[in-house]
Structure formats: structure tokens, C-alpha cells
Write a protein that binds this ligand. Structure first.
Ligand code: G6P
Length: 368
């Protein structure tokens, strides 16, 4: 097939901009927009009422999506989840005990480690569900239930729109599971799906921050190292933000749970170290702010992604602050991913790297 870049300089930028639309398509597969009820797409069923535990696994960006998925499934459906990178799940030979469902996340549906994990789980008699973007892929074919992301072809090696589509699918899935288990009432289901329906609008508002983020990327492009911090739903995003930056700009970046700052990374902080803090005004906000103060006290250069309330409560003179719109907590991983993608993108553009085809990386890794 042939996909062109349209008015964009790179596929990655085009794919970042496609997010409002593809998120809306993907949501439409998981939520009946006339009733507001969640569903498993394409007339399939996946009964969560008796699932005792879920084993999630994936690679790369899919792994960080699965980490958000774990937080969603645990919080909204109260199902305990295990999570591994696929290359470890397969060989760890973990006793599967009360695991009833194996859930995989893959854009390409061809990643060798994820496929090997799927076959292992199948051999152990587990039911297999996969969140996949390429519907004709091997992982889709070998799954009992296919949870499609409708991101369309993703050309840029660094995943963007596939990631956020994975997140919205997993959010809807967690709500669906919560309803089946009686932990989400029908009214709460409607409230949550109404929140999900706000995603395209909020994604557009996040895209409108591009100039602000681009300005911040100029300083980032002069650095050799960067640290990303987040708690709760923002912890997987810290790791995904760091992964994006390292993949395409080759700046050494690490994502950390903000609470782990004191257990190592704080030793790296001086007045040359950029620290990206992801902190919507949610239940973790105050704790993350105290970590941010520890960074500021050591002269670290902070870039804070938050909302208006968070900006007001942050003593924002400490940081360059990017203010996102207010949104329900379930949406923050999806929407905050967008400025992080743009930060990585513009940093790489400033540095003149090959954004769509970064060195040494492949779009799909089909060898173990
Ligand atoms: C490669 C790609 C990443 C992707 C990972 C997993 O490393 O460069 O963007 O996240 O594979 O791929 P999958 O297709 O299974 O999501």
C-alpha cells in the first residue's frame, strides 16, 4: 500500500495529528455511541465475570500501554493483573496459578517475543485476547478474541497513534469488565463512556500545544540525558515519554516512578539535568510535587506537564509548565501522551536525526 505524509514533514508528525480521528474510530468499536454501553468489538464476547487473574504481556511501547491497562483493569474492574515484557513472560515459566486470561498488546501483531508468549499461554490452556492494530496479523489469527485498534497503518518506527488507541481500547475493556463483575453500575458505565467520548476534543486541545512544546524542545536538543517522572497513571507515561525521546533523538532518557527518585536518580540531578514531570492534578499530585521540589532544590531543569489546577498548585516558577485541559482521570494517560510525543518529535527534528527511521530500530521485530 502507499500512504503519504500529506502536509507533514514526517510520518511521525502526521500520525500524531491523526490521533483525534483514529481514537474516535477505535472508541466506536468498543462503545455503542448511541447507548453509551461498552462492548467487545465485532460481535465477539469475552466474559470477565469469572476471570480470577489476567496475565498481560507485550514489548516496547505496547508494554507501556499494557502497564496502563493493568492500572485500568485493577482500578475499574478490580481484577488482579500480572505484567511482563513478553521476552520474560515466555521464559520465566511462571506458575500461572489462578490466571484465566492472557492479554497481549501489539501494534504489528508479528512481534516474535509476543507471539512466543501467546503460544506458551495457549499451550498452558489459557484463553487468549489481543489488542492488535494489524487485523490480518499472526497474533490476531491465533487469538481467541481480537480487540482491534483502528489506528490505521503506522509508518513511523516510534509508535504514537497505535499507543493511544491501545490505551483507549484498554480503558473501554476495563469498564466492560467492571460492568460484568458488578463493580461498575450501569450509571457509572455511562459516565465513564461519556468521559471517553471527550477524547477526540481533548486530543485536539493537546495538539494545539505544539508551539509551546516545540519551544521547550530547543533546550532539550542540547542535552545528553533526561529524566521523566510520574506516579500512578502517569508512571507508565514517564517511561513511554523517555522511550520516545531515546528512540528518535538518541538522548539517554529514563522514565521513573516519581516515588523512586530518592532511590537513585536524584544522584544525577544538577543544573544541567532536564527532568520532565507528568502530573495532572489527580490523587498523586501532591506527592509528585514534593518530588519535583527535591529536583528544583538541586537546580534541575523541570518541564512540567499538568493542568490549570496543577499549575496553580505547583509553585510554577520552578518549572517550564505546559498546561493541558482539565479532564477525568481515566483520560490522562491518553491525552498526556500527545505532548510527550511532540516533545520527542521536535527534539529529534532540532537534532536532525532520521525521525521516521531511527538508527538500529525496526518497526516490527520478528526475531527473538
Ligand atoms: C518495535 C517497535 C516499537 C514497538 C515494539 C513492539 O520495537 O519499534 O514501536 O512498540 O516493536 O511492537 P508491536 O508491533 O508488538 O507493538
Amino acid at each position: 500500500f502507499y500512504v503519504d505524509k500529506g502536509n507533514h514533514r514526517h510520518f511521525m508528525q502526521k500520525e500524531i495529528y491523526e490521533q483525534p480521528e483514529v481514537l474516535s474510530h477505535t472508541l466506536g468499536a468498543f462503545v455503542d455511541m448511541t447507548t453509551g454501553r461498552t462492548r467487545i468489538p465485532n460481535g465477539q464476547t469475552l466474559d470477565f465475570s469469572n476471570v480470577r487473574r489476567i496475565a498481560l504481556s507485550a514489548c516496547g511501547t505496547g508494554y507501556y500501554a499494557a502497564l496502563v491497562g493493568r492500572y485500568y483493569l485493577e482500578r475499574y474492574a478490580r481484577i488482579p493483573c500480572d505484567l511482563d515484557v513478553a521476552s520474560e513472560f515466555r521464559y520465566r515459566e511462571s506458575p500461572l496459578g489462578d490466571v484465566d486470561l492472557a492479554l497481549f498488546v501489539s501494534q504489528s501483531g508479528e512481534t516474535a517475543d509476543t507471539l512466543a508468549s501467546l503460544r506458551y499461554a495457549k499451550g498452558e490452556g489459557l484463553r487468549i485476547a489481543s489488542v492488535v492494530n494489524v487485523q490480518e496479523s499472526t497474533i490476531a489469527r491465533e487469538s481467541d478474541v481480537v480487540l482491534p485498534t483502528l489506528a490505521g497503518p503506522e509508518i513511523g518506527v516510534a509508535s504514537t497513534k497505535a499507543f493511544t488507541c491501545q490505551l483507549i481500547s484498554l480503558a473501554a475493556l476495563a469498564i466492560h469488565a467492571g460492568v460484568a463483575r458488578g463493580v461498575i453500575s450501569p450509571e457509572r458505565e455511562l459516565e465513564l463512556t461519556r468521559s471517553l467520548a471527550e477524547v477526540p476534543r481533548l486530543a485536539n486541545e493537546a495538539l494545539a500545544l505544539e508551539d509551546t512544546v516545540e519551544a521547550l524542545s530547543r533546550e532539550m536538543a542540547t542535552k545528553r540525558h533526561a529524566l521523566f517522572l510520574g506516579r500512578g497513571f502517569s508512571y507508565p507515561l514517564a517511561m513511554e515519554g523517555a522511550l520516545k525521546l531515546k528512540e528518535i533523538s538518541y538522548i539517554h532518557a529514563e522514565g521513573y516512578a516519581a516515588g523512586e527518585l530518592k532511590h537513585g536518580p536524584i544522584a544525577l540531578i544538577d543544573d544541567t539535568m532536564p527532568v520532565v514531570v507528568i502530573a495532572p492534578h489527580d490523587r498523586s499530585f501532591e506527592k509528585t510535587m514534593s518530588n519535583m521540589q527535591e529536583v528544583a532544590a538541586r537546580g534541575g531543569r523541570i518541564i512540567l506537564f499538568t493542568d490549570a489546577k496543577g499549575a496553580a498548585g505547583s509553585g510554577s516558577d520552578m518549572a517550564s509548565t505546559v498546561v493541558l485541559p482539565d479532564m477525568p482521570e481515566i483520560l490522562t494517560p491518553i491525552i498526556y501522551a500527545i505532548p510527550l510525543q511532540m516533545l520527542a518529535y521536535h527534539t529529534a527534528v532540532q537534532m536532525g536525526t532520521d525521525v521516521d527511521q531511527p538508527r538500529n530500530l525496526a518497526k516490527s521485530v520478528t526475531v527473538e
